[in-house]
Design a protein around this ligand. Structure first.
Ligand SMILES: CC(C)(COP(=O)(O)OP(=O)(O)OC[C@H]1O[C@@H](n2cnc3c(N)ncnc32)[C@H](O)[C@@H]1OP(=O)(O)O)[C@@H](O)C(=O)NCCC(=O)NCCS
Length: 239
């Protein structure tokens, strides 16, 4: 389905049963990767590289080396079921992430402490429950101009990615958001959740609320009047 928007924007919505769905997801994911590179990481936060095969082969062993010392540590994970017994024993507090259609077993483990903040992201991007189920793309006279990929479950959506091409007129993201919400609401979706480390203010502008502020000042981008810091937050909205 392609529908003309105002200012010559065309909106296309596809589901996995439709031709072009996977190609559309690929285009959105590629653009997102390009846009994400505009954001730097806070050099004061230690983000050690995680080898997923090593973690999956021996979670207890991984934990032992990863959380050495007594400094502050945050672990965002979709393996909270596996990590809870190991990390609770080591004094970590746990709070689940209330994503209605996001990855199962999502949550945050936290140990307070003095010194340099350490942050680990142990997320199963390939989890079947977050396989893309809905993609919205926008197109203008120059072609592909942005899009959004969502997973859907039980009348809820989880927004994996949303982005627009650099240099698009202000307001393009808001129009993409409005088209997304209009379409998923028409499909009976009543809740939308996401996690973001680059666009809290944008989503707040869209009416979303922060449900968990995970890491303050994780990322930054350059704006005309200097550096703009972004927190890692979980957000949600009832539609
Ligand atoms: C997030 C994104 C889709 C928003 O699109 P956009 O066309 O810039 O959005 P709009 O022009 O409709 O912006 C609406 C408001 O949000 C603000 N905003 C947009 N992106 C923002 C960001 N990354 N950080 C803070 N504020 C942002 C705008 O300044 C505007 O606020 P204002 O009305 O107070 O001026 C776009 O900036 C983008 O592709 N960013 C890179 C990828 C990304 O971070 N995606 C989100 C994570 S999944």
């Amino acid at each position: 389905m392609v529908s003309p928007g105002t200012n010559s924007l065309m909106f296309e919505i596809l589901t996995p049963d439709q031709t072009g769905f996977f190609r559309a997801c690929e285009k959105v994911a590629q653009l997102f990767a390009q846009r994400e590179a505009e954001f730097g990481f806070n050099p004061e936060i230690d983000r050690p590289a995680v080898s997923m095969p090593e973690f999956l082969a021996d979670q207890a062993g991984w934990v032992s080396s990863a959380i050495s010392g007594d400094g502050p540590v945050t672990i965002l994970t979709t393996w909270s079921d596996k990590l809870a017994p190991i990390l609770r024993e080591r004094g970590f507090a746990f709070r689940p992430i209330a994503w209605h259609a996001g990855p199962f077993n999502s949550g945050i483990f936290r140990r307070e402490g003095a010194g340099r903040e350490r942050y680990f992201e142990l997320v199963n991007e390939e989890a079947p429950e977050i396989a893309p189920a809905h993609v919205l793309t926008i197109h203008d006279a120059h072609g592909f101009a942005g899009g959004a990929i969502s997973a859907l479950r039980d009348n809820a959506a989880w927004l994996a990615v949303m982005c627009v091409r650099p240099g698009m007129p202000a307001g393009t993201g808001s129009r993409l958001w409005e088209a997304l919400v209009r379409d998923i609401a028409a499909r009976g979706i009543g809740r939308l959740d996401l996690g973001t480390q680059t666009a809290e203010r944008f989503y707040q502008h869209c009416g979303m609320q922060v449900t968990d502020r995970v890491i303050p000042r994780l990322r930054w981008r350059t704006a005309p009047d200097g550096k703009v810091w972004n927190d890692l937050v979980m957000m949600g909205i009832d539609l």
